[in-house]
Design a protein around this ligand. Structure first.
Ligand code: ADP
Ligand code: SF4
Ligand code: MG
Length: 277
């Protein structure tokens, strides 16, 4: 099982990218689980005809814990992708980061990863804030490979730098590795050059270059992924290409032995090396 997280500033395109990448991986024959880790809880809606799923934290709040079955937390979406939304704390109360971990623990306690046995788990994580909360999925060993979605806009690059710094802090302890930056274009001047310069400073690379496209918004209005509304388009191809680059990097890291902590977090004891793909 491979797991990676897409981090980035709010509104930068994490959820749109996550949903399309998830579907692209599912198309290539993998069993994929997409876990939304943003209090907005809209990460999975493009794979569910625009409808949201109940969040794990809401379910935990409204049920007696032991009476809450796993099937309520995991919904099958487009292309068979397994959808989960962690949810968020009540506004003004609690820590968003801790909430995400509580949701993950609830899944693990119900043996979600052993029962569904996804090949790939994708976490879609909000990374606006400079706090320990957003780094929790890394620190607790869930998000092993981190990719940061950014445009050439200064706020997006500022968030990207902060996230990269957090990953770096934990990389020393072998918790996670920065896989690279995903350029999601806003068409600002010299955008590629700006993002390349930041990538060089962060000692990383651009792993995907997504054009700004009206097809993305048109698909958003329909509550669908671009791979569904325009499967033959160049935009759909860009998402497929990105999905394969991310997969290749995660496999490379897995071979280099960077998956140990993730295994512990998920509560899975691998039978063979191929369990890590
Ligand atoms: P986040 O999850 O980072 O908050 P979203 O994925 O919800 O961001 O995207 C925010 C908005 O940007 C959505 O309306 C989405 O349709 C749009 N968007 C994302 N990527 C692109 C793109 N490559 N081209 C055009 N619009 C995009
Ligand atoms: Fe919010 Fe971050 Fe503080 Fe948690 S650590 S309460 S996520 S600001
Ligand atoms: Mg989102």
């Amino acid at each position: 099982m491979l797991c990676f997280a897409l981090y980035g500033k709010g509104g930068i395109g994490k959820s749109t990218t996550s949903a399309n990448v998830a579907l692209a991986l599912a198309e290539s024959g993998l069993k994929v689980m997409l876990v939304g880790c943003d209090p907005k809880a809209d990460s999975t809606k493009l794979l569910r005809s625009g409808k949201t799923v109940e969040t794990v934290l809401d379910l935990l709040r409204s049920h007696h814990r032991s009476a809450l079955p796993l099937e309520r937390m995991v919904t099958e979406g487009t292309g068979g992708v397994l959808l989960v939304e962690a949810g968020g704390p009540r506004p003004g109360v609690g820590c968003a980061g801790r909430g995400i971990i509580a949701a993950f623990e609830a899944l693990k306690a119900r043996r979600a990863f052993e029962i569904y046995r996804p090949d790939v788990v994708i976490f879609d994580v909000l990374g606006d804030v400079v706090c320990g909360g957003f780094a929790m999925p890394i620190r607790e060993g869930w998000a092993k490979n981190v990719f940061i979605v950014t445009s050439g806009e200064s706020m997006a690059l500022y968030a990207a730098s902060n996230i990269a710094e957090a990953v770096d802090t934990f990389a020393e302890r072998g918790y996670a590795k920065l896989g690279g930056l995903v350029l999601n274009r806003r068409d600002v001047p010299e955008e590629r050059e700006q993002v390349e310069a930041v990538a060089a400073r962060l000692k990383t690379r651009i792993v995907g270059d997504l054009p700004r496209s009206e097809l993305v918004q048109a698909a958003d209005v329909r509550g669908e992924a671009v791979l569904v509304t325009a499967p033959e388009s160049d935009m759909a191809e860009s998402y497929r290409k990105l999905a394969q680059s991310i997969l290749a990097i995660c496999r490379e890291n897995a071979r280099a032995g960077l998956v140990g902590e993730g295994r512990k977090a998920f509560g899975i004891i691998p039978e063979t090396e191929s369990d890590f793909i």
